[in-house]
Design a protein around this ligand. Structure first.
Ligand code: PBG
Length: 322
């Protein structure tokens, strides 16, 4: 039916009518809030390119976790910034390392809050790469045991979900088998399955002090041009035992989210990454855009594209807004 019988504007007459006919709704349950935990005491260090986001020491977590849970957020994703970094990222597997202590602290504060952890070497290596280096290469197979050890350590200290993000081939299968042998059969794996080599991670590398000291990540992270290859990455993670799959970044990859949604039935996460957040904050600080409005539009588009779970630095703002 077409005009004048059909008038699509009928359903746009009021905010009530708009809300009644809305196809996509954000809710606080969709969101995971990423947090940066730093070594030391009494630290709450603002991350310059990410206004509102801080590096927090473990003793400063209580206040933040109280705020997060009072807003109704039920899931956090932790990144650790250790005091010292080395070639193999050994700070990431230390039982008294920053991330391990942070997991235990959060589980004491709120045992039911879902604690997810990033499993990757780059936060812990002095060279800033996601795997260990042999010659001028990032050695895939030599990195796997380190990722296995890190995931087991996170799980043993209380993580509910481990999220391997190093983009090493076989990482999900390797981690699944070592979790199982360590008696951690119920630890969930959220694969950063289709993670692209992206300029949108710039602010995160300031936050986590993890910029690669030489070269870049294009030999292991996926090429932004490739959607079919992204599907292969996801398929392999599922075969290797991933429980949740992910597309990252989100905003420039809405077509990848849509393709993954149509093809796979596992819960699908999308990571609204640091650069996506910083762009909104910077343009809004100059009054070039209405920040809240653009934020809601971006997050709605990620959900509309097919994401079930949205990892976002905006999570607290959304929880207060919806
Ligand atoms: C670790 C990791 C990164 C991000 C999440 N896990 C950085 C990277 O790959 O360089 C980026 C998240 C963000 O930008 O918000 N490998």
């Amino acid at each position: 039916m077409s005009f004048p019988h059909s008038r699509l504007r009928r359903l746009r007459q009021s905010s009530e009518m708009l809300s009644l006919t809305s196809e996509t709704r954000l809710s606080v349950e969709d969101f995971v809030y990423p947090m940066f935990v730093i070594h030391g005491h009494g630290k709450k260090i603002p991350i310059e390119p990410m206004p509102g986001i801080y590096q927090l020491s473990v003793d400063m977590l209580a206040e933040e976790i109280k705020e997060v849970t009072s807003l109704g957020i039920r899931s956090v994703l932790l990144f650790g910034i250790p005091e010292t970094k080395d070639a193999t990222g050994s700070g990431g597997i230390d039982t008294n390392g920053v991330i391990q202590v942070a997991i235990r602290e959060i589980k004491t504060l709120d045992p039911n809050l879902i604690v997810m952890t990033d499993v990757c070497l780059c936060d812990y290596t002095d060279h800033g790469h996601c795997g260990i280096i042999k010659g001028s290469n990032i050695d895939n197979d030599a990195t796997l045991p380190l990722l296995q050890e890190m995931a087991v350590s996170h799980a043993q200290n209380g993580a509910d979900v481990v999220a391997p993000s190093a983009m090493m081939d076989g990482q999900v299968g390797a981690i699944r088998s070592s979790l199982d042998s360590a008696g951690k059969k119920d630890t969930v794996i959220m694969g950063y399955s289709s993670k692209f080599a992206s300029g949108f991670y710039g602010p995160f590398r300031v936050a986590a002090q993890s910029a690669p000291q030489f070269g870049n990540r294009t030999s292991y992270q996926a090429d932004p041009a490739n959607v079919r290859q992204a599907m292969l990455e996801i398929e392999q993670d599922i075969e290797e035992g991933a429980d949740i799959i992910m597309v990252k970044p989100a905003l420039s990859y809405l077509d990848v989210i849509r393709a993954a949604r149509e093809r796979f039935d596992l819960p699908l996460a999308a990571y609204n990454v640091s650069g996506e957040y910083s762009m909104v904050k910077a343009a809004s600080a100059s009054d070039w855009i209405e920040g809240d409005r653009v934020r809601d539009e971006i997050l709605t588009s990620i959900k509309r594209a097919g994401a079930d779970i949205i990892i976002s630095y905006h999570a607290k703002e959304i929880a207060s807004a919806v």
